[in-house]
Design a protein around this ligand. Structure first.
Ligand code: FE2
Ligand code: FE2
Length: 369
C-alpha cells in the first residue's frame, strides 16, 4: 500500500515511532477510508461470554466505568453465568438520543450466550446488526442456535458483517491419536440463508449502523505473527466450507496453518476520547489491528484496546514486545479478555498498571461517560 503524506504528517509519524523498533514506521494517509469516521458519545460493552467469572469486585479506571453482575441472576438464585472458552460481546452506543445495538461474536454455545444475555439484561430483540470477527468456533458457535431461537424478533433485514470468505472455511485440529486431523468446526452458510441473514463482506473498512466500523483486512506490519493454532482448508468439501482459490493453490490443496486472512476488528470512535479497538481473538495481532483501525479512520488517539489478544501461547519475550508497542500507542485503557493470557496481564500490571483493567465474564464497561 502506498501512502501519500504531507511533510508534517511524515515527520509526526516518523518521530512518534522512531523508538519503536518492533513496528516499522507508520504514518497516516492524507485521506483515510472512513474520514470522517463515525463518532459516538458513549459505548456500553457487556461481556456475555468469556472463560471465567470473579466476584463483583471490579478493576478501576478513570476512563471507563466498570460494573459486574452478581453471582446469581436477580430473582433466581439457581441461575448463574455460564463461563466457557470464547468471546461474545453486546455493544450499545449512543449519539445524542440515538442508540445502536450490535452483537459481536457469539461464544462457543448458544446455551451460554442466551443464559448470560438474560442475566446481563441484554434484550435479543434489540440487536440491529451482527458481526463475526473470524472463523473460529469459540466465536461463532453460539450464532445459529441464537438465531434459531430469536430470528423472528430481530429486524427482517438484519446484517451479519464478516471479514471475508474465510469465515466459512473448515478448520482442522491436529493432535489426535495416529496423527489424524479432526474437525474443529465450520459455519454453514446454508444455515444463514435458511434464517434469512444477509451477509456483508468487509474486506475494506466498513461503517456499521453509522456508529461503529470494521477495520477491513488487517495488514501485517511488524513483529507480530499468527501463532499456530488450528489448520484451515481453503476448499469446500461435503457441501460445506469456503472457496478461496488463490489461497488454496498456495496451500497445495491441503489443510495448512491458518493465517486468518479475513479476521477483522470492530471499532468505535468515542467523542473527545478516541478509538476503542476490539480484537475479538487477535490472531492478526492487537498491535496490527490497532494500526489498521487508525489507518481506516484517520483517528490518531487510541482510547482503549480491548478483547482477545491471543497471547496465551506466546513466550515472554514476544509478550514483552507487545507491551512495548502498546506503550508507543499510549492507550488510556487496556482490557485484555479471553485468549490474552496471564503473562500479558502480569506484565501490564507492572509496566502499565494505570492503564490495565482485568476483565471477566459478566462485566459491563461504559466508555465516554
Ligand atoms: Fe480464534
Ligand atoms: Fe478465540
Amino acid at each position: 500500500m502506498t501512502l501519500r503524506l504531507t511533510r508534517r504528517e511524515f515527520v509526526l509519524g516518523s518521530a512518534a515511532l522512531a523508538a519503536q523498533a518492533a513496528i516499522p514506521p507508520f504514518a497516516f494517509a492524507q485521506s483515510a477510508p472512513l474520514n470522517p469516521a463515525p463518532t459516538v458519545d458513549t459505548l456500553v460493552m457487556k461481556v456475555l461470554t468469556d472463560s471465567s467469572y470473579d466476584t463483583p469486585r471490579v478493576g478501576a479506571s478513570k476512563w471507563v466505568k466498570v460494573k459486574r453482575v452478581g453471582l446469581g441472576a436477580p430473582g433466581n438464585f439457581r441461575k448463574t453465568l455460564h463461563n466457557e472458552w470464547g468471546l461474545a460481546l453486546a455493544l450499545e452506543s449512543r449519539r445524542g438520543a440515538e442508540s445502536r445495538n450490535i452483537l459481536l461474536d457469539f461464544g462457543w454455545t448458544p446455551t451460554a450466550l442466551m443464559n448470560n444475555m438474560e442475566i446481563m439484561g441484554v434484550d435479543p430483540s434489540k440487536a440491529q446488526a451482527l458481526i463475526a470477527s473470524h472463523g473460529h468456533f469459540d466465536h461463532y458457535g453460539g450464532l445459529i442456535g441464537f438465531l434459531e431461537k430469536h430470528r423472528s424478533s430481530l429486524p427482517p433485514d438484519i446484517v451479519l458483517y464478516i471479514g471475508g470468505e474465510d469465515l466459512f472455511c473448515r478448520r482442522k485440529a491436529s493432535g489426535a491419536p495416529g496423527g489424524h486431523l479432526t474437525d474443529a468446526g465450520w459455519l454453514d452458510r446454508r444455515d444463514l440463508d435458511r434464517l434469512k441473514i444477509k451477509v456483508v463482506t468487509c474486506e475494506k473498512p466498513t461503517p456499521v449502523l453509522g456508529h461503529a466500523f470494521t477495520t477491513g483486512h488487517i495488514a501485517r506490519r511488524g513483529f507480530e505473527t499468527v501463532i499456530p493454532s488450528q489448520l484451515v482448508e481453503y476448499y469446500p468439501s461435503d457441501g460445506i466450507g469456503c472457496s478461496i482459490p488463490d489461497a488454496n493453490a498456495k496451500a497445495g490443496g491441503k489443510p495448512v496453518k491458518d493465517d486468518h486472512i479475513h479476521e477483522h476488528g470492530t471499532c468505535y470512535n468515542i467523542k473527545d476520547r478516541g478509538l476503542v479497538v476490539i480484537s475479538s481473538c487477535g490472531h492478526s495481532g492487537i498491535i496490527n489491528t490497532t494500526y489498521q483501525a487508525m489507518e481506516a479512520s484517520g483517528v490518531k488517539k487510541v482510547h482503549a484496546m480491548v478483547g482477545g489478544f491471543h497471547l496465551f501461547p506466546a513466550d515472554e519475550a514476544y509478550v514483552k514486545k507487545t507491551v512495548e508497542a502498546m506503550k508507543q500507542l499510549n492507550p488510556d485503557v487496556i482490557i485484555p479478555m479471553h485468549c490474552s493470557g496471564p503473562t500479558l496481564l502480569a506484565l501490564l500490571r507492572t509496566e502499565m498498571a494505570d492503564r490495565v483493567v482485568a476483565s471477566t465474564n459478566g462485566t459491563e464497561y461504559t466508555f465516554g461517560a
